[in-house]
Write a protein that binds this ligand. Structure first.
Ligand code: DCS
Length: 481
């Protein structure tokens, strides 16, 4: 009998090709060990609330009231909720036709899209058009919608940084396109060299690939670097010359842990450049409520903003969004709140600022503790986490460890991360899940464990790593690179 459509051998091959290491072998093994009763520190996913981060009070009050509008009619509501939260809940409910239980427009609630546009206008100093902003279920859905619109088949390529966040490699595989890698330079603090970009494009074209788009992740995941304004200008000029759409993944724009390179949006740099490029270069920028000091990953709120995309294409993207009817409506309210938080003078302002600052300042300290911790370990080197929420140390694996991994039929960094997990309960993602140069090994961990747990986690990592290196270093011949 011929195989059924959902039998493994007859599944869509693109689906089998797609790989997503953040929830891959290491995560599955960690879940197993947890079931067996081992204490696991889940640093494989940037999921702040899962590691104890408390939700900000004001947005939860507003959304709670939107979810339970009968509370607004309760005479005691003012005892439980501050007046500005009550006013804001009424404000968002007035945007909906039927509250949170009703589908919204497929692009999201017009009122929230307007609030997003106002936020972008304030951030960049250039007005933004709400008609070109679509709300999505997390940034992931937006990225997938756009890649789906861009990729017509195997011959279409998308430039993706390596190392990269595997949403990109996985989605490109799912849509049947070709990933065109460009390498970030670890010794230059994960900087991006435009000469290398040109080479990557030339290389892909020689293989018959039409390169159509370029992805930047700023600040970087897993690499944590913040792009400078000069670098962004070069990238924009490159995309203009090569006729590429730029996809600007800016979900970590609030997560900045140094003062030399503050976040600057690709859109602002483009607008500052003026001239034909600012009117012609096609740019789509992504943002999310999952990251920043909100960390509301489970709410699944995001948006994308389109710049210089012709109206007929916007219509097509709208049509496709409408096949899924509507993004989550509660998530849209979170997005509205994120881009329009309490203002000075509002009742909830002081508390909001105290909570947000507390989270960001602690993240900044944790970024430092992790980098310093890794750099104090044998055969480990690590760039400082300038932004985002990950540390991505390079592990210089001795040749005998690489051989042992081969024998165990594991990629060498998977082998190392599995041993780390078994020994310490620290669940990381091997660098191979993000892509790395041949023969170079990394792991990714988040900087999210509670600050007070950090010294113990780093000590436990150090002890494991020392023992691992002791076991596999060949004391006769091997020297540190
Ligand atoms: N873009 C980047 C660069 C990300 O790191 C993530 C999530 C997303 C988009 C998607 O976020 P949302 O869909 O939640 O808005 N990062 C994953 C990660 O590496 N760890 O946790 C989640």
């Amino acid at each position: 009998m011929s195989p059924k459509a959902l039998d493994y051998e007859s599944l869509n091959e693109n689906l089998k090709k797609a790989q997503y290491a953040v929830r891959g072998e290491l995560y599955l093994r960690a879940s197993e060990l947890q079931k067996e009763g081992k204490k696991i520190i889940f640093t494989n996913v940037g999921n702040p609330h899962a590691l104890g981060q408390k939700p900000l009070t004001f947005p939860r009050q507003v959304v709670a009231l939107c979810q339970a509008p009968f509370l607004l009619d309760d005479p005691n509501v003012g005892l439980l909720f501050p007046a500005d939260a009550i006013a804001r809940a009424k404000h968002y409910l007035s945007y909906t036709s039927g509250g949170l239980g009703a589908y919204s427009d497929s692009r999201g609630l017009p009122g929230v899209r307007k609030e997003v546009a106002d936020f972008i206008g304030r951030r960049d100093g250039y007005p933004s058009d709400p008609e070109l902003i679509f709300l999505t279920d997390g940034a992931s859905k937006g990225v997938m919608q756009l890649l789906n619109a861009i990729i017509r088949g195997e011959g279409d390529g998308v430039l993706v940084p390596v190392p990269q966040y595997p949403l990109y490699s996985a989605a490109i595989a799912l849509f049947g396109g070709s990933l065109v890698p460009y390498y970030l330079e670890e010794t230059a603090n994960w900087g991006l060299d435009v000469a290398d970009l040109r080479q990557s494009v030339a290389h892909a074209r020689a293989k018959g690939i039409t390169v159509r788009a370029m992805v930047i992740i700023n600040p970087g995941n897993p690499t944590g670097q913040c792009l400078s304004e000069a670098n962004l200008r070069e990238i924009l000029r490159f995309c203009y010359q090569e006729n590429l759409v730029l996809l600007g993944d800016e979900v970590y724009q609030q997560n900045i842990y140094q003062d030399e390179r503050p976040f600057i949006s690709a859109r602002k740099v483009l607008m500052d450049m003026g001239g034909p490029i600012s009117r012609e270069l096609q740019l789509v920028s992504f943002h999310s409520v999952s990251k920043g000091y909100w960390g509301e990953c489970g709410q699944r709120g995001g948006y994308f903003e389109m710049t210089n995309i012709p109206p007929r294409s916007v219509e097509e993207i709208y049509k496709v969004a409408s096949i899924s009817l509507s993004p989550n409506v509660p998530a849209q309210i979170f997005m509205g709140l994120m881009v329009n938080p309490p203002k000075p003078g509002d009742i909830s302002y002081d508390q909001f600022v105290r909570e947000s600052k507390g989270i960001l300042e602690s993240l900044r300290r944790r970024a430092r503790i992790m980098t310093d911790g890794f750099n104090s370990c044998r055969n480990v080197v690590c760039n400082f986490t300038e932004g985002a929420m990950y540390s991505f140390p390079q592990i210089r694996l001795p040749p005998r460890a690489i051989e042992a991994a081969k024998k165990a039929r594991k990629v060498a960094d998977v082998f190392y991360c599995l041993k780390l997990l078994e020994a310490t309960g620290i669940s990381t993602v091997p660098g191979s899940g993000f892509g790395q140069k041949e023969g170079v090994f990394h792991l990714r961990t988040t900087i999210l464990p509670a600050e007070e747990d950090m010294p113990e986690i780093m000590a436990s990592f150090k002890k494991f790593n020392d023992e691992f290196m002791e076991q596999y270093e060949d004391h006769r011949g091997y020297s540190r690179m």
